[in-house]
Design a protein around this ligand. Structure first.
Ligand code: ATR
Length: 283
């Protein structure tokens, strides 16, 4: 077994994953001997791949589409965030045990706190658009900031309703409710944070049609889409003079706990890292 610590991202397809660039940047920055690779894995083969790569000296993995739920099932122990999401994106080993975490929610919050410190002072209403895996991972970190109201809205309304009922018992300080998709105008004047977790605004997809001029001046508009970095939603919010949050920061921050677990150093998300990944996105 080699003494160089190794980690990898597992998914299918995997060629476009930016994770090797992020971790490669940090390994160099920290002057650490280590490797971070990408491996294409077939659905159904994840547990077996964990075992085989571990025998080759791997300390853990990032797991991406379509394997996050399978990774959850393959772990011996999962963090609260992973259990809530039913999905794992970061894996490491402790003794004989496989431990899984889901770092998307904390990554999003770290990015938000770092970019707009104090955004949550007196937060009244948060509007969460979308009800897929990404939205689900954000609910508890958002409720922890104790907004007065968390409003779910999704094209398929029953999925938004399901999130609202599932998470209602988690906080007695926040009202959870559902807004019909597209019917946001009356809500926006008292909304402090809007988060788009749908694929609308992504390259090749239609834009999200939300009238940012109705938001208050202090509002933050966040998108988890990062190709393009400035989605039409963020462009309109910027033009209106609102604070914005792009999707790249979440991608960078969600990578921090894995690097710390595998390589023993907690890295920082810096402008240098951002520029490094942006250069690749532009290429
Ligand atoms: P992720 O894990 O990134 O959240 P996902 O689980 O596939 O991905 O969820 C995609 C989200 O984008 C869903 O909320 C989806 O809405 P539906 O539940 O109605 O499918 C939303 N979405 C995708 N395309 C959309 C579109 N054209 N209009 C509105 N919402 C869309």
């Amino acid at each position: 077994m080699t003494s160089i610590p190794k980690a990898a991202v597992l998914g299918k397809p995997i060629a476009h994953s930016r994770s090797p660039l992020i971790h490669g940047y940090w390994l160099k920055e920290q002057g650490l001997a280590g490797e971070y690779n990408r491996r294409e894995v077939e659905p159904g083969a994840l547990a077996e791949t964990f075992r085989a790569l571990r025998a080759e000296g791997y300390r853990g993995f990032n797991v991406t589409v379509p394997h996050k739920e399978e990774a959850f099932a393959a772990c011996d122990e999962a963090s609260e965030a992973a259990r809530i999401a039913g999905a794992v994106n970061t894996v490491w080993f402790e003794g004989d045990r496989i431990i899984g975490d889901n770092t998307d929610g904390t990554g999003f919050m770290a990015h938000l706190d770092q970019t707009h410190p104090g955004w949550d002072a007196g937060v009244r209403r948060i509007l969460l658009l979308g009800a897929g895996g990404a939205a689900r991972g954000l609910v508890v970190p958002l409720l922890n900031r104790k907004p007065e109201a968390l409003v779910f809205s999704n094209r398929s309304a029953e999925k938004a309703g399901h999130l609202a009922t599932t998470f209602r018992p988690v906080s007695d300080e926040t009202r959870t409710s559902v807004a019909t998709w597209g019917m946001w105008n009356d809500l926006l004047p008292e909304t402090d944070l809007v988060i788009n977790t749908t694929s609308l605004g992504m390259k090749g997809q239609p834009a999200l049609d939300l009238d940012v001029t109705r938001l208050p001046e202090h509002a933050v508009v966040a998108d988890i889409v990062y190709v393009p970095l400035e989605t039409p939603l963020l462009g309109a919010a910027k033009q209106r003079g609102l604070r914005t949050l792009d999707g790249l920061g979440m991608l960078l921050h969600q990578a921090v706990p894995g690097f710390a677990a595998w390589f023993g150093v907690r890295p920082a998300v810096t402008e240098g890292l951002r520029r490094h990944i942006l250069a690749d996105l532009r290429a």
